[in-house]
Design a protein around this ligand. Structure first.
Ligand code: DAH
Length: 311
């Protein structure tokens, strides 16, 4: 089209040639009208080119979508991060038992992270958790337990919940990173329906689901938000309880904390005549034990060689 109209012998070019035989007003008017036609043609031409290019791209994309070989066969394929895969497995267990999944903010306040969990300002147990503070009131949550408080304040029993998520502490070595993940569990029933025996049985079943053929033991411990409290060990997954470097020759590995909800916690959320139990675990620790990962920090270095082992 362009050659036909604006080429050496194009129709408009030939018209322009007539100008040289014209004079004065006539020439001016004729030139004006030719220039307007030329502009109009150029505009139409450009927009048509755009339209055709878009059409061609569309066609090409349709064609490529039908040829899977278009994608580079050597492209690296991703895998679910072992921490998320472990998280999924934990969640799967509790979903099957009708637990709900609750979420809470990563930036917490002193009330939900400490105070309402029976950890008053000067309580020495606060030192167990090296906290990142923004100011007097706001902090990065040090555990998922504040979601217990938020859920209890927002709903009435019965409650059966887990709350998976990231937590933060000022810590960095072979087994600690400043950000890691926890899954917290909470069960609350009206009256005296639940007790330590229920907690013990559910956690035993859960740990066998996660780790297979292990022995489980409960050791008396202390948490401000539970009374009585326990720490739970499984027989060492590496040496089967014989004693090795990982279990420090004890044959046991600590995997979670738990207990019967302290009455003071229920007071803070205005619950009366209820009973409940709670537990909390570190997801990275579970992933390390499940996959024999020696250094926790390697989980956060973004080295693809680690992920490739989990395809
Ligand atoms: N919040 C505790 C921590 O981060 C873990 C924990 C222990 C949670 C016992 C619980 C519990 O709910 O009952 O160290």
């Amino acid at each position: 089209m362009r050659v036909k109209i604006l080429g050496k012998k194009g129709s408009l070019t030939l018209e322009f040639a007539k100008l040289k035989d014209m004079q004065g007003e006539e020439k001016k008017e004729f030139a004006n009208s030719l220039n307007m036609q030329k502009d109009a043609f150029n505009k139409a031409f450009e927009s048509k080119v755009k339209e055709l290019n878009a059409l061609a791209l569309d066609e090409k994309m349709k064609e490529n979508a039908q040829h899977f070989s278009y994608f580079d066969e050597n492209a690296q394929v991703g895998a679910l991060h072992p921490v998320m895969a472990t998280m999924d497995k934990i969640i799967e267990y509790f979903l099957a038992l009708n637990f709900s999944i609750e979420k809470g903010p990563l930036i917490e306040d002193d009330f939900h992270n400490f105070e309402a969990l029976n950890l008053p300002k000067s309580h020495p147990a606060r030192d167990m958790q090296d906290t990142f503070y923004f100011d007097d009131k706001r902090l990065l949550r040090t555990h998922t337990s504040p979601v217990q408080i938020r859920t209890m304040l927002a709903t009435k029993p019965p409650i059966r919940m887990i709350t998976p998520g990231a937590v933060f502490r000022r810590d960095l070595d072979l087994t600690h990173t400043p950000m890691f993940h926890q899954v917290e569990g909470l069960v609350v029933e009206e009256g005296q329906k639940v007790n330590f025996a229920n907690l013990k049985s559910i956690l035993e079943e859960f740990l066998i689901f996660m780790f297979g053929d292990v022995r489980v033991r409960f050791r008396p411990s202390f948490f401000p938000f539970t009374e009585p409290s326990a720490e739970v060990d499984i027989s060492c997954v590496f040496c089967k309880g014989q004693g090795c470097r990982v279990c420090k020759q004890t044959g046991w590995l600590e995997v979670l904390g738990c207990g019967v909800v302290d009455p003071n916690v229920f007071k803070f959320v205005g619950y009366e005549n209820v009973s409940g139990y709670a537990f909390g675990l570190g997801v990275e620790r579970f992933a390390m034990l499940l996959h024999e990962i020696p250094d926790l920090r390697s989980l956060f270095e973004g080295d693809l060689r680690l992920l490739e082992q989990f395809k």
